[in-house]
Write a protein that binds this ligand. Structure first.
Ligand code: AMP
Length: 435
């Protein structure tokens, strides 16, 4: 027999009768003993569903010989018997809600059931009754939260258990020093997938000689906290040796999508990006992988790589997240000097100028680029690497002459601070994102 804690709640009809009947139903179930229950407590609804009545809540301590899946099936049947429709919408009023909080010391990670319950600590209507029943909450809480994995085998094992449980996996690859742009990717993955794996790895393969690999900002504790807030399930933060293993020497080649722009400025960069992302796709076997449109050429390179090598993953581009003054969030922004920080908005102003001109009727490729360039050149602190107008969605070059859309991309350096900072940004001429 294993000791199980089940949270009970009701906010429709005769709430106490629903909770009582649920306990009666559990008592009548072979293989289940109801040992004790907390007092019932009344709580306000919390969450993002429609306004609704107060809940009556409590926690029951059971002993059971059933498996977690079998007990979960019993709880679902009791919810339905209480009048709750099988296709009940999340966070809507309900006759009966039964959640497994703890099942002995077990960890369960299937699509339908996660134990310990992922949000038990945030809910006073669970923690208070648990305390009343004498459960040592602080001990239970230690070791929970987002899992930090540092070696590839641990990722493989976790992914295998997620896949076995029927979960759809979302992957968010990053180089850490996480900000609201990264967080937006994680939140999208959280909303669309059953499990989210974020990776934090400053990938040496994608930095050239003389680039800022050593100086790239690193803050693993802060990163894990951002992941926790975004309700990521696991963070993979390996060393280079753990990522690539002994004797690693295979690399992914890249082609057309990697030509020009970043590919020209940073020789070998996209080969390094494609290699690490392919390695992550193989390891995490994601159904969906989330990338920021801020690095639009990277998205095009990865999409091509996934298609060419046959990874069964959907590459999901996500809109650029900006500061209130328009500057695209970047981990490198912390290195801008005060004056460069103010000057750096020139990039988005230049891109917006090109878009405004396009909307005003200007259609010539080179004239649109020249308008953006003139804005960039008006800022003496800014050293422009490139401004280009490319076609969507693969970002291949557009022929000179009239265009009916496209994406305008720029990279520029600001050298007034402690170290030079290179920033990228881009805007679609036709899509509303990044206004
Ligand atoms: P990085 O850590 O810079 O490699 O970025 C990791 C992922 O976050 C990439 O897919 C980036 O495109 C994305 N990202 C970075 N900055 C932003 C931003 N401001 N808005 C949206 N996504 C971003």
């Amino acid at each position: 027999m294993e000791l199980v804690y089940v949270a009970l709640g009701s906010n429709v009809g005769d709430r106490e009768a629903h909770l009582q009947r649920a306990l009666d139903g559990l008592r009548a179930t072979p293989g289940v003993e109801v040992r004790r229950r907390s007092s019932w407590m009344e709580t306000e609804f919390v969450g993002d569903g429609p306004a609704q009545g107060r809940f009556l809540n409590g926690v029951a301590e059971l002993a059971t010989s059933l498996s977690p899946a079998a007990l979960h099936g019993v709880l679902q049947a009791l919810e339905i018997a209480a009048g709750r429709p099988a296709d009940h919408l999340r966070n809507h009023p309900r006759e009966l809600d039964l959640d497994v909080i703890f099942f002995g010391e077990r960890r369960v990670d299937t699509r339908d059931l996660v134990v310990p319950h992922p949000r038990w600590r945030e809910r006073a209507f669970v923690t208070e009754p648990l305390r009343e029943l004498g459960v040592d909450i602080s001990e239970r809480a230690s070791g929970e939260g987002v899992a930090l994995l540092t070696d590839a085998d641990a990722v493989g094992a976790r992914v295998a258990s997620w896949l076995e449980g029927g979960c759809r996996i979302g992957l968010v690859p990053t180089m850490g020093s996480l900000h609201a742009g990264h967080k937006s990717l994680m939140e999208r993955a959280r909303a669309e997938c059953d499990r989210v794996l974020a990776t934090v790895f400053v990938n040496p393969l994608q930095f050239g000689a003389g680039e800022d690999f050593d100086a790239y900002p690193r803050d693993l504790d802060g990163d894990v906290e951002v992941c926790r807030q975004a309700r990521v399930d696991a963070v993979f933060a390996p060393s280079s040796a753990a990522m690539y293993g002994d004797g690693f020497c295979s690399e992914v080649g890249v082609g057309r999508e990697a030509e020009g722009m970043e590919g020209l400025q940073r020789a070998g960069h996209f080969g390094g990006v494609a290699t690490v992302v392919a390695r992550l796709f193989a390891l995490a076997q994601p159904h969906r992988a989330y990338f920021g449109e801020k690095d639009a050429q990277q998205v095009a390179v990865i999409r091509r790589m996934a298609r060419d090598l046959g990874f069964p993953v959907e590459v999901v581009p996500c809109p650029v997240v900006r500061e209130p003054d328009g500057l695209a969030l970047s981990s490198r922004n912390v290195y801008l000097s005060g004056d460069d920080r103010l000057a750096a908005t020139v990039i988005v102003r230049a891109l917006r100028e090109a878009r405004a001109q396009f909307r005003g009727g200007l259609r010539d490729r080179d004239a649109l680029v020249a308008r953006a360039r003139a804005v960039l050149d008006s800022e003496p602190r800014c050293e422009v690497d490139y401004v280009e107008l490319r076609r969507e969605p693969d970002l291949l070059p557009l022929p000179a002459g009239p265009v009916d859309g496209g994406r305008i991309l720029a990279a520029a350096r600001f050298v007034g601070g402690e170290r030079p900072v290179r920033l990228l940004d881009n805007l679609s001429l036709t899509v509303e994102d990044g206004e």
